[in-house]
Design a binder for this molecule. Structure first.
Ligand SMILES: [Fe+2]
Length: 284
């Protein structure tokens, strides 16, 4: 069994300012790290799928580094459109995997029963993502090398249309070529992305593609064609991908203090209460 925590879109700021004048990202990330540390069992590893910081300055990454010193599980980082690769590499120079490619921060984690391909699809200074011929060739080389090993591909920008118009205005360049490549490699269990600050799943290129919630603010669900880009302070969340028995199951975990857990009862006799002392009749 391998347990992978995926966190995304942390938007840490060295200034401590509120992101967009609203979001205390540093405190929310700190709370999420404390939440991850209390998981039992602990994740084997944590992957962070981009937008690690807000401005991409070296100071931002140093702030992130300070926050991550408290994290118990090993972490693997990848950039999003808010990141600056050179500063990320400099601040995390001891994360040697970040130096495995020269022109993009892609790498492979092969220490677990499921293989993780971290595919950098960001361009410096660009909000939209792009997979050019060089990155696609790199991905193909990695997939060809282990055709029988179950594989999870992580990226920042998702390759599919969401149905939320403002999210779909800037689409991932190179997505059709990526789909053709992924469709040839049945070992790909999932293509799991960040960027949209919202959980979505769809069938894509013969596998499942998904986006993840943010540890800070969430993308607002608005399907109206003229919807403006907006965020909402729905609860921060991350995902736990559980690989075992040839299956990948993903759990969304909300960060916060919520009532419960309550023990299910048959309604005839009081079940032994958990905390707080309440029960709910019915089945799961
Ligand atoms: Fe983000």
């Amino acid at each position: 069994m391998t347990l992978i925590a995926q966190i995304s879109d942390l938007h840490v700021q060295s200034t401590g300012a509120l992101a967009y004048g609203v979001v205390d990202t540093n405190s929310l990330v700190e709370a999420a790290i404390a939440h991850l540390n209390q998981l039992n069992p602990q994740p084997d590893l944590v992957v962070a799928t981009g937008d690690l910081v807000q401005q991409g300055t070296l100071a931002d990454y140093q702030q992130l580094r300070e926050l991550l010193t408290n994290l118990r599980a090993p972490i693997y980082l990848m950039p999003g459109n808010h990141d600056q690769g050179a500063n990320l590499r400099q601040a995390f120079a001891d994360h040697h995997y970040l130096a495995s490619s020269t022109d993009h921060l892609s790498y492979v984690v092969e220490d677990y029963p499921i293989r993780l391909i971290m595919l950098d699809n960001t361009l410096l200074g660009e909000k939209s993502g792009k997979l050019d011929a060089q990155r696609l060739a790199w991905l193909e080389a990695q997939l060809v090398r282990a055709p029988a090993t179950p594989t999870l591909v992580f990226m920042h920008h998702p390759p599919f249309t969401t149905g939320i118009p403002w999210m779909d205005r800037r689409r991932l360049e190179g997505r059709d070529a990526l789909a053709a490549l992924i469709a040839q490699h049945r070992q790909v269990e999932r293509v799991s992305c960040g960027h949209l600050h919202r959980v979505m799943y769809c069938r894509w290129a013969g596998t499942i593609a998904s986006t993840q919630p943010s540890l800070v603010h969430q993308g607002f669900l608005n399907l109206q064609p003229d919807a403006a880009s907006q965020f909402v302070m729905e609860p921060p969340a991350y995902q736990l991908h559980l690989w075992g028995n040839g299956n990948l199951v993903s759990h969304t975990v909300f960060v916060g203090n919520f009532d419960g857990p309550y023990r299910y009862s048959d309604g005839k006799k009081a079940a032994e209460p958990t905390h707080p002392a309440k029960t709910i009749s019915g089945s799961p």
